[in-house]
Design a protein. Structure first.
Length: 94
């Protein structure tokens, strides 16, 4: 597939993905009055699995601090709109 073919196809695919994310969030909102609690971390993990996001660590990575032992604040540098979804999935909605 050359560059011209992929450019006209990427916009509809991206818009379809955004519509799916909105539908997943709407479904979550619809079940809330029923007493079913679905965290935004779980929703984020689901919508990232749709685009096959894979997690990996570097050789110098370290464990994240344990917030059950002491208060922790996570500061995340957002460089794109997708970072908000990724952060929610990484920190399980914390």
């Amino acid at each position: 597939m050359d560059r011209r073919q992929s450019s006209w196809l990427s916009a509809p695919l991206f818009l379809s993905y955004l519509a799916y994310v909105q539908a997943a969030c709407a479904a979550n909102l619809a079940v809330m009055p029923l007493g079913l609690a679905v965290t935004h971390g779980l929703v984020a993990q689901h919508v990232l699995s749709v685009v096959r996001t894979r997690w990996s660590t570097s050789k110098k990575s370290q464990l994240v601090l344990d917030d059950t032992k002491q208060p922790v604040v996570f500061l995340c540098n957002h460089r794109s709109w997708g970072d908000f979804i990724i952060d929610a999935a990484l920190f399980y909605g914390a």
